[in-house]
Design a protein around this ligand. Structure first.
Ligand code: TRP
Ligand code: SF4
Length: 335
């Protein structure tokens, strides 16, 4: 039997942080060994909110490809590509938009949250932003993605993808599209330095590319147990962001830290320093790979060109079937 298709992507909005890594990428790394994976850089999706400020888009796209590779996505196993290079995705999006009820999109809680969190003015909530989940559905169904490893905030969009796939199959009496399934990692939510969900827009993130010095100062700024005034006061790890960091970044050491903390046998400054060492250790191999890749920009281009060709081929095959199922004209001008 053919391997299951996996499709996922991230928006090209800037450098990735540890929340992306633990919340999404660790699944990609695992899945590339078992499945036929398509991982896109979603540069069109960046336009849904960022249409007025696009000068960084090309560089961000490059950086995101680098982040994928540095994190360990292997182009020999997975198809890495750029969303906007697959022109057929735009056609599929257009077709799917015709069968997608507006109120499915209006109800999407993640879209509502984006409008709220980004304080988007009414004239910034565009037709394209409303169509965000429909475009994402075109991304997924283009290569017939069945499994979609994403962050928690994306699950609402994928529910809509399932509904659109089901509606298509039902309307046209076919069994063409799989109903894609979202997939979370064991740590779907990672907390940032201020105790809120780690997010670039909150400015509380630890970036994959942060050097040792910035990780150290970010970790030192994290809030600990406020009731602990002296170093030998018994601590309460359950209310401490540093302890949460231990559970997240070095869970095997967390029980020992909890014991030392409760007994007042470790000071918070020492505890923070030790945690920063752990984080830096986890980032070191990722950063080493990134530095190596940066020395060979031509290789990055070759990887994306090859990935684009594979993703495009898969999406073209899907589109031909979609046109047949719907009795649409096949293009007269192509061979
Ligand atoms: N919306 C996703 C995010 O913000 C990115 C994305 C675009 C995506 N197309 C996708 C994710 C298809 C999964 C499948 O991260
Ligand atoms: Fe938090 Fe560590 Fe201080 Fe305990 S010792 S309160 S776990 S920083």
């Amino acid at each position: 039997m053919a391997k299951k298709r996996v499709m996922s992507g991230m928006r090209a909005t800037g450098q990735l942080h540890i929340g992306h890594y633990l919340g999404v990428l660790v699944n990609w790394l695992q899945m590339q060994d078992q499945y036929d994976c398509f991982f896109a850089v979603a540069d069109w999706h960046m336009l849904t909110t960022g249409f007025a400020k696009t000068e960084g888009l090309r560089e961000n796209t490059r950086q995101l490809v680098l982040d994928y590779l540095a994190a360990g996505v292997d182009p020999a196993k997975a198809t890495i590509y750029v969303q906007s290079s697959i022109l057929e995705t735009a056609e599929l999006h257009l077709i799917l938009s015709m069968i997608t009820p507006v109120n499915w999109l209006q109800r999407d809680p993640t879209l509502k949250e984006m409008v709220r969190e980004l304080h988007l003015a009414e004239d910034h909530v565009s037709y394209g932003l409303l169509g965000y989940p429909a475009l994402q559905t075109a991304d997924i169904l283009g290569p017939m993605g069945e499994l979609v490893p994403v962050g928690e905030d994306q699950m609402a969009h994928i529910e809509i993808s399932r509904d659109i796939a089901r509606r298509f199959n039902h309307l046209f009496g076919v069994d063409l599209f799989p109903e894609p399934q979202g997939l979370l990692t064991p740590t779907p939510v990672v907390f940032g330095t201020d105790g809120r969900k780690m997010s670039k827009s909150y400015g509380n993130d630890l970036k994959l590319a942060d050097d040792e010095k910035s990780i150290n100062s970010k970790v030192m700024s994290m809030v600990t147990d406020p009731a602990r005034l002296r170093k030998d006061d018994p601590g309460h790890p359950e209310v401490c962001m540093i302890y949460n960091g231990w559970e997240t970044y070095a869970s095997e050491k967390a029980p020992e830290i909890a014991t030392l903390c409760r007994a007042g046998e470790i000071g918070c400054v020492q505890c923070k320093r030790n945690l920063a060492v752990q984080v830096n250790e986890r980032l070191a191999p990722i950063q080493a790979r990134r530095r190596e890749l940066e020395t060979d920009p031509g290789m990055l281009d070759d990887i994306v060109i090859a990935g684009n060709a594979r993703a495009r081929q898969a999406t073209q095959e899907t589109l031909a079937k979609v046109r047949d199922a719907m009795h649409l004209n096949q293009p007269y001008n192509r061979t």
